[in-house]
Ligand binder design. Structure first.
Ligand SMILES: CC(=O)N[C@@H](CCC[C@H](N)C(=O)O)C(=O)O
Length: 373
């Protein structure tokens, strides 16, 4: 019965993915669901497009926080689901529909049978960008209910259903977005000698930037430089006066991140000369690495096993998460929840198995009830 209800919630949310800070329908859905729960121990606030729900514990000494991110991605869905996104060009391709459903499932169980400690459920906007965690953390609404400990999960397509993975210390990388604009002299395709072609400049830049990780970053330091999007020009027979590349930088240390940015800037300054153009760089949002407080991991492993699921001690990943900002300020941790999808995160065919929803609810509920007792 509960499984059917969780599946329905997930499917309803899956249909309405919205980008960061535009999650109006998602927020309305969450509020409607929360309003239908037993209200005796609940307090609800909104912040921007997010929602905060505080549950009074029965004999509290502390507050434990649980955070779920709520935004979707600008990806066109290709799952073939009959409950696919009805928002064109938007998809829950990072599993945030699962994250919200699991939080609602755990919230329902705790609203019906409140735990000893106080609980704060955090439904946070804009994880994929521009980043909702930091401003939410600094908001009056959050500060008034600030928890002593906080945790969160992320779906893991490569792990089987029933597996929960975590580690002490660094789980996710530092990230920085990367937006670079190239501006030069465009013109007729037949007169290239009179122009400074920005498609050519951007292409050279992308190829040369590949040597930053392979030739500047020390070989034992993990680093990623990905260009995910390139755009520019007007039409096939006009030489482009503008091109733009959009990407992301990932590292485990602040020094490596600085080194990559430094090399990008040097490369850009050399290319301004060689391609006779103007290059401007914007690093967009930067996320702090997700660092799990080591002391919580052994008790969490025990809770997972006691709940009947398997625990995996995993390696750190180059994914990013603005939850890193919350963990910088509040002790806690993040874990991976196995959802066994053949297609990975940020793909148009991500198909997490819905049997994992109840696993998530069980683990989140058990952690809230037992971690601090
Ligand atoms: C878990 C996950 O996939 N998170 C995103 C976070 C995006 C951060 C930012 N927009 C960037 O691209 O640097 C990820 O891409 O890892």
């Amino acid at each position: 019965m509960e499984q059917e209800r969780l599946v329905q919630i997930r499917r309803d949310l899956h249909k309405i993915p919205e980008l960061g800070f535009q999650e109006k329908k998602t927020q309305a859905f969450l509020l409607q669901f929360i309003q239908e729960l037993p209200q005796h121990s609940l307090h609800v606030k909104t912040w921007e497009t997010g929602v905060l729900v505080f549950i009074d514990g029965t004999n509290p000494t502390q507050t434990i926080g649980y955070r779920a991110d709520i935004d979707g991605l600008p990806i066109t869905e290709e799952t073939g689901y009959d409950f696919a996104s009805v928002h064109e060009g938007r998809m829950h391709a990072c599993g945030h529909d699962f994250h919200m459903t699991i939080a609602l499932g755990a919230l329902q169980r705790l609203a019906e049978d409140p735990p000893v400690q106080n609980v704060l459920f955090v439904f946070q906007p804009a994880e994929e960008g521009p980043g909702g965690a930091l401003p939410m953390l600094q908001s009056e609404e959050f500060i008034a209910w600030k928890p002593d400990t906080i945790f969160a999960l992320h779906v893991a397509p490569e792990q089987p259903v029933g597996a929960v993975a975590a580690r002490e210390g660094l789980l996710f990388a530092n990230t920085s977005e990367l937006f670079i604009d190239f501006k030069g002299k465009g013109g007729h395709a037949a007169y290239p000698h009179l122009t400074h072609d920005m498609v050519v400049a951007a292409s050279h830049f992308i190829v040369q930037a590949q040597s930053i990780v392979s030739r500047n970053v020390p070989p034992l330091e993990p680093a990623v430089l990905t260009v995910g999007k390139i755009s520019g020009g007007f039409v096939q027979n006009v030489i482009a006066e503008h091109a733009r590349i959009e990407g992301t930088l990932r590292s485990f240390t602040g020094d490596t991140m600085e080194l990559m940015k430094n090399r990008i800037e040097k490369l850009a300054s050399g290319m301004q000369e060689s391609h006779e153009c103007e290059i401007s760089i914007d690093y967009g949002s930067n996320y702090y690495g997700v660092y799990n407080t080591p002391a919580f991991i052994p008790p969490f492993e025990q809770i997972v096993k006691d709940t009947g699921y398997s625990y995996v001690n995993c390696d750190p990943a180059m994914t990013g998460e603005d939850f890193g900002y919350m963990l910088k300020d509040i002790p806690g941790f993040m874990f991976w929840l196995g959802v066994d999808s053949p297609s990975g995160l940020h793909t148009s065919r991500l198909q997490p198995k819905e049997e994992a929803l109840v696993v998530g609810v069980d683990v989140v509920e058990a952690t809230i009830r037992n971690l601090l007792d």
